[in-house]
Unconditional design. Sequence first.
Lengths: 319, 461
Amino acid sequence: MTTTPLPPQSFVKKEPGEASVPAPGRGRRLTRVEKRAIAAQGKLSSPWASLLAIVIAVLWTIPSLGLLITSFRPELDIRRSGWWTFFTSPEVTTDNYQEALFGSSTNFSTFFINSFVITLPSVVIPISLALLAAYAFAWIEFKGRSILFVAVFALQVVPIQVTLIPLLSQYVDWGLEGSFWVVWLSHSMFALPLAIFLLHNFMKDVPPSLVEAARVDGAGHVKIFFQVLMPLLTPAIASFAIFQFLWVWNDLLVALTFAGGAPDVAPLTVRIAELSGSRGSEWHLLSAGAFISMVVPVLVFLALQRYFVRGLLAGSVKG
Amino acid sequence: MSSIRSRRSLAAVAGGLGFALALSACSGDSGGGGGDDTAGGGATGGDTDCAAYADYGDLSGKEISVYASIVDPEAQQQRDSYKPFEECTGATIAYEGSREFEAQLPVRIQAGNPPDLAYIPQPGFLKSITEDYPDALVPAPQGVIDNANEFYTEGWVNYGTVDGTLYATPLGANVKSFVWYSPSMFDEAGYEIPTTWDELIALSDTIAESGAKPWCAGVESGDATGWPATDFLEDVVLRTGGPDVYDQWVNHEIPFNDPQIVEALGTVGSILKNEDYVNGGLGDVQSIAAAPWVDAGLPILDGTCWLHRAANFYQANWPEGTEVAEDGDVFAFYLPGQSADDKPLLGGGEFVAAFSDRPEVQAFQAYLSSPEWANAKAEVTGQGWISANSGLDRDLLKSPIDILSFDLLTDESYTFRFDGSDQMPGSVGAGAFWTEMTAWFASDKDDKAVLDAIEAAWPAS
């Protein structure tokens, strides 16, 4: 191992020269993929398609709208009639939000902070590790690489439920149960196979000539990773970060199983699951609770939406 | 070569350090941030008389974890009721309530970190834990056994006993043989509270003749849909068959579809499947299957329903501002027996089981079975809690329905029986019994077919 190994040939069907052109040049003959894309664009932007899109969007939003209206209705109205009757007898109250936010013996902010403390490392750790692993799988040749990669990929098949008890007993042996550590570790474990696979595919799509050029200029792995690949991977990282953020933020199972429901570690979802009371008599609070917990994911999604869409597109039609 | 390799390993070390720093920073942060809230909440005052607690000894610095299905706002009352014990012995109680209790407890036992104490709401569940995890539960220590024998009736002690060993003592209790009604509506119409089953049916007929639907019911309850109907059937079996038949039925000494049970289900059907009787303010017979049990009694407030059979804990479901009292908006009367002297009583409760034999855990378990705790709990509870502990001071109960429940529970002329579905094996008591009773309403399934299907679901052993 005297020199850095050559990058393997990418198995993208396009020729390297063509793939590295950022936008299709004028006068160049269009590839089949591009022709199809243009045809699809024409079909999708017809007025009928727009109408259909609007109808679907409205239909999809109605339940959320109903939930929003419900969350502002008085208790008796919620329990006795559907949200659509709101329009004939509008009556608005913020009691549900008051009760959901401040009705617990534990301050609501505690659960919010717990959720953040759980979510941020659970997003950062798997992405960091997966980036390194994906780089190794994509650009470093070593023995057994393909087998290892397939093995990592295959790990996605393992359902999280079957791992709960073995993992928990392992954590108990280590004396870690009931702390944030186990939640971070578990979320990282469950996220890594998909993260490595996704990021690997994005890395693979970077034209080898770019990496080769960097290498000719004397860049090592670290420099290539940080200065050549990272800027190109931002959309991929952002889209995976959104996925992982939403998954961890909305997770109840992992947090409840590993950390338990004690107030010092319980995330927001645990509080919401208990909002309806021991015998379910307070279920009218659930709509308000749902909206409270929805605020953060919606903000994150809106803030990173641009990357998200770009990241999704980057996988399909690469310029 | 060496330069590349060393650079690479340096980078790896640096990266690793970065992670470690980031992680430890986060964990330090959270440990400090979350801990201080548990100590808050309403204190019951610092002038507790510690004389009764001297036997428990000094437990300073000891922590006892408690896991239960009771969540806020009742969870806070639980925590408050431990304050005298914590103040006098110095121990700390870490209470954790979860609605996923029944699913999570076996997971924790299997993984090796069970709580010190668990409040188990069904004797059947207690039994299955002793069968599935023989070494997990710790038999009750002598102090607990003494308390149990002194303050609880034999029946209650037996519900916490498996194969002759006492594992769990009763904690709270509830009474299910109640019919909710509106006192003011009864006054206006001149109706009397029935004292026998026949009077109850006569009253229902009178109301039905006036053009109203007398009964309202609902059995929808998420995953547990159907359970309110099982309680109704149990109550009727106690009345048509009697306590002995009930015991045989619950313990599967007679088949589930025994002719006496078929008769009882027919009696339930003469009310709940009678188009003239149901479903007041909610719809037809089929609407019972889909009506949420928490809301099924609300038509009483509108005057569209007269009678709703539900437990004493239904009082939590009345909307805020509803007065629950004998002269208030709603109240409940005892679901009468065949005659005025025949007084079976259906109820339920939770049981405290220990997974550890540390001295502080045994001390706390003894405390929970003592009248000191029952009274401390009654003091911090506004409404909705009673205990079968004979040392409980009746004057501490605040809600009229709680007082009535406690009176019935401690009145020896009433024959108490524990909720049968809670004692049956899980595949019946928390499975077929629920689903078949739901089908009985929803698809108008035949009485016999329903009971046959439940009998078929009973585990072979």
